[in-house]
Design a protein around this ligand. Structure first.
Ligand code: ZN
Length: 157
């Protein structure tokens, strides 16, 4: 597969996926036992990691993706070029609805979102193209969405 196939430069793509795996190690998922790791790539090349953090009061739980966004934005980083998400499932798992709306807030419609299977490294070794990563974007995951610019539209009163 040629490098032009990817919308994130290959070295960044590799760094981002590795960071998502690292982030998953710190998941606090004692209730669901469903670990998730996320990694955000900023326009300056920095990577911000997030894991899901559950709570005995279940509503206090926050997903890995939103953990990464909250960490980044609260430190003044709001410009992103990629997101990678990994779980312990051997297929690409997609962000929940709430996370999709948060991604919509801070990312372009076409920004690459890499959904990484748990057995990514093994698949790469077996010659599966791109290790079975599913690449998508928020324009695909959340079509016809409501976003910040909608609040700027003229209103009747
Ligand atoms: Zn979520």
């Amino acid at each position: 597969m040629s490098t032009s196939t990817f919308s994130i430069e290959l070295t960044d793509r590799d760094r981002l996926i590795k960071a998502a795996f690292q982030a998953k190690e710190f998941a606090y998922s004692r209730y669901s036992n469903f670990r998730v790791g996320a990694a955000l790539l900023t326009t300056t090349g920095e990577i911000i990691k997030g894991a899901n953090i559950e709570n005995a009061s279940y509503g206090g739980t926050i997903c890995a993706e939103r953990t990464a966004f909250v960490k980044a934005v609260s430190e003044g980083k709001r410009s992103f070029t990629g997101l990678a998400v990994v779980t312990d499932v051997k297929s690409a798992i997609s962000p929940c609805g709430m996370c999709r709306q948060v991604i919509r807030e801070f990312c372009s419609q076409a920004m690459p979102i890499l959904l990484v299977p748990a057995d990514y490294e093994q698949r790469l070794a077996e010659g599966v193209p791109d290790g079975g990563v599913k690449e998508t974007c928020i324009g695909e995951l959340l079509p016809d969405s409501f976003g910040p610019e909608d609040l700027d539209r003229p209103r009747t009163q």
